[in-house]
Write a protein that binds this ligand. Structure first.
Ligand code: GCW
Length: 647
């Protein structure tokens, strides 16, 4: 049995023996709602006797809901999905917040989770690329899973936090996965049935070379009429079988995937080809902007991976069809624990943008370390002010304000067949928090965490406080013992876990810290560096450009400085690295002690899993600390003023 996650049985006590009226309407979501009522032992009754009315109110917009009144309480949705969201909010939410009778509406229309699941077990990446939670919920060694009960449970969890879209396969589309579009379409159809019952539309990642790979054409040139015809015909068939199909996700000309560059065409040509195929069916194309040169020479200082997405796409604003959403990673590099916000996210006023975040903890502890990511996304990305004024980044994504179009928010999935769904039980909070922020990007991530703790553990106040203290600010803690001050990628090449400072430094994938005996950091300034800082609007462009005004936590992302460069608090860069690393490991020790004090107050399976993972986190933090501090000492010759011993 899968872990109930935040829909713990205690939550359903609210329904027990209640009389409920459920409107008659034609949607598979109705059966899901009936199942929920049954789960809570509610009694169906006629309208006059019911204490809870679940109704469709066609005066409300789709996906929105309102909860009002007491005895009866009326949960009204603008459509079945809106009613479903309203029901879950009534069931799990804070009653005070709901009594106001206001209309609740999602800020961003498409709230998606992307699965990097492979159909076949990939020789290097396995069943799920960057998966840290067991196997795929969908595929098992080349086949669709026979039993899809877990998919129902999963779709229900997604719906309970308002997620309405899912992509069913890896953006790196290997041989077998291409056929999900054609000969294996039946699998997609089956999965779509399970997700549809919870208001979630399915999407597929497609290979840009599909006309060649599947269609036996000799080209996939986006301007060739035969290629357009091929995509149109294949897409018509998809919609004939799955009328609410969401659309395509495409990784093109990226890390070896095929794309329009092979035909000297632009990414707008490529994206519009697919946009035309889905347009008449109401579908969308999520076109990823993760395009950079991964075959570079570290000695070439003019190539800067951080610049790449902006440089490739900026000239194309206005060239994309309305169905295209440019899917942009939140930072310019690749989901590192600390990066500035991608400047491309506020640079395409005539194009819909999709903000991509990573739930799967590829670079943030791989679901063995605690890292509560929604806090970072909220504070550093969604609430970022690209023009330094009132307008937040999330509003641009939502299509609010002058010249912006509604886009999407997308997260790479962190779930699998693991009994806790997410490997680390606390990583469930990331999925929960993602859904809540996607619905309302202005929500307070610490309040979201409180809700997650309450609905998952129903703990005593002291236990609640202890859990909160372990999870809140856990990204800061992770950052303190890993790559410092905005340098990234100090990880083991390939698996991206654990420290390897020079692991990527001299490889073709990019260069990340330029450390030598004199100093460390990447000069991205307009004067002596790559000029990346000029991709930002003011005030950021100027602020990042100067070593004196650059935020400390991003210092080494934007500047190359001497080891003895002094930070605003007076410590040198070298000493700062010693302090945060040794301090970080000590803080992880305290986490372990806090957890030990909770023994007997947490259900034993969860307790044991977290204990095991905490010892791994502690050991790994010690390795990071030893590796970083040794590196600094050996390269700079500056010792730790406190002479702390290695772990
Ligand atoms: O973060 C990197 C990962 C790749 C991934 C790629 C991407 C699916 O290491 O595994 O490929 O990003 O986002 O396309």
């Amino acid at each position: 049995m899968a872990h109930p996650a935040w829909l713990a049985p205690t939550t359903y006590a609210k329904l027990r023996h209640r009389f409920v009226w459920l409107d008659a309407f034609d949607s598979p979501i109705r059966a899901s709602l009936l199942g929920e009522l049954k789960r809570g032992d509610a009694e169906l009754s006629d309208r006059s006797q019911a204490e809870l009315h679940l109704v469709i109110d066609s005066g409300l917009a789709p996906e929105t809901f309102r909860v009002s009144g007491e005895n009866p309480t009326v949960v009204a949705g603008g459509d079945p999905a809106g009613l479903l969201y309203g029901f879950f909010r009534w069931l799990t939410g804070n009653p005070d917040e709901l009594s106001t009778g206001r209309v609740h509406a999602p800020a961003i229309p498409i709230r998606m989770v992307d699965h990097w699941d492979n159909v076949d077990i990939h020789p290097v990446m396995g069943q799920v690329e960057r998966g840290y939670a067991g196997s795929s919920l969908f595929y098992d060694d080349g086949r669709l899973r026979w039993n899809l009960d877990r998919v129902d449970d999963y779709a229900r969890l997604l719906a309970s936090v308002g997620i309405n879209a899912v992509c069913l396969n890896n953006v790196n589309v290997h041989a077998t996965e291409t056929t999900l579009l054609t000969t294996r379409l039946e699998w997609v159809e089956r999965l779509a049935r399970h997700f549809r019952a919870w208001g979630v539309r399915v999407h597929l990642s497609v290979n840009f070379a599909s006309p060649i790979v599947l269609g036996k054409l000799d080209t996939c040139d986006p301007l060739a009429p035969t290629v357009q015809q091929w995509w149109d015909a294949v897409t018509d068939e998809v919609y004939a079988r799955i009328p609410d199909f969401g659309g395509y996700v495409v990784k093109a000309d990226s890390e070896g995937q095929p794309g329009p560059f092979a035909y000297q065409r632009t990414h707008a040509d490529g994206a519009n080809l697919l946009a035309r195929a889905v347009a008449r069916h109401g579908g969308r194309v999520h076109w990823r902007c993760f395009v950079y040169n991964h075959r570079q020479d570290w000695r070439d200082r003019s190539t800067d991976r951080a610049r790449a997405a902006y440089d490739h796409f900026i000239g194309l604003d206005g060239d994309f069809d309305a169905e295209v959403i440019l899917q942009i990673k939140h930072g310019p590099i690749d989901f590192q624990i600390r990066e500035p916000v991608s400047p491309l996210l506020a640079a395409m006023p005539h194009t819909a943008v999709g903000l991509e975040v990573q739930l799967t903890q590829e670079y943030t502890g791989q679901q063995r370390h605690i890292c509560y990511l929604p806090q970072r996304w909220a504070e550093q990305v969604l609430d970022f002010r690209p023009w330094g004024d009132e307008r937040a980044q999330w509003e641009v994504v939502a299509g609010r304000g002058p010249g912006s179009r509604p886009g999407s928010i997308v997260a790479v999935a962190n779930v699998g067949t693991d009994e806790f769904w997410t490997g680390h039980p606390f990583a469930q909070a990331n999925l929960y928090g993602y859904g809540r922020l996607a619905w309302d990007p202005t929500s307070d991530p610490s309040a979201i965490l409180d809700d997650w703790i309450r609905s998952t553990f129903a703990p005593l106040p002291t236990v609640h406080e202890a859990l909160r203290s372990m999870i809140l600010d856990s990204c800061d803690l992770y950052e303190s013992y890993t790559a410092p001050l905005g340098v990234g990628f100090m990880v083991t090449p390939g698996n991206h876990y654990g420290p390897n400072i020079d692991g990527y430094e001299y490889s073709p994938w990019g260069t990340y810290h330029f450390a030598d005996r004199d100093g460390i950091g990447v000069d991205r300034t307009s004067t002596s560096g790559s000029g990346y800082t000029t991709q930002y609007h003011q005030p950021w462009s100027t602020l990042y450009d100067s070593v004196d005004t650059c935020p400390t936590e991003l210092l080494l992302f934007f500047h190359h400085v001497a080891w003895n460069h002094r930070l605003p608090d007076g410590t040198t860069v070298a000493q700062h690295i010693y302090d945060i690393h040794f301090g970080g490991v000590e803080a992880v020790k305290r986490l372990c002690e806090t957890w030990q004090e909770l023994r007997g107050q947490i259900e034993p399976t969860t307790y044991d899993r977290v204990s095991l993972l905490l010892s791994e986190q502690l050991a790994n933090a010690g390795q990071w600390c030893d590796t970083l501090t040794s590196y600094v000492w050996r390269h700079s010759g500056i010792p730790d003023s406190d002479q702390r011993p290695l772990y």
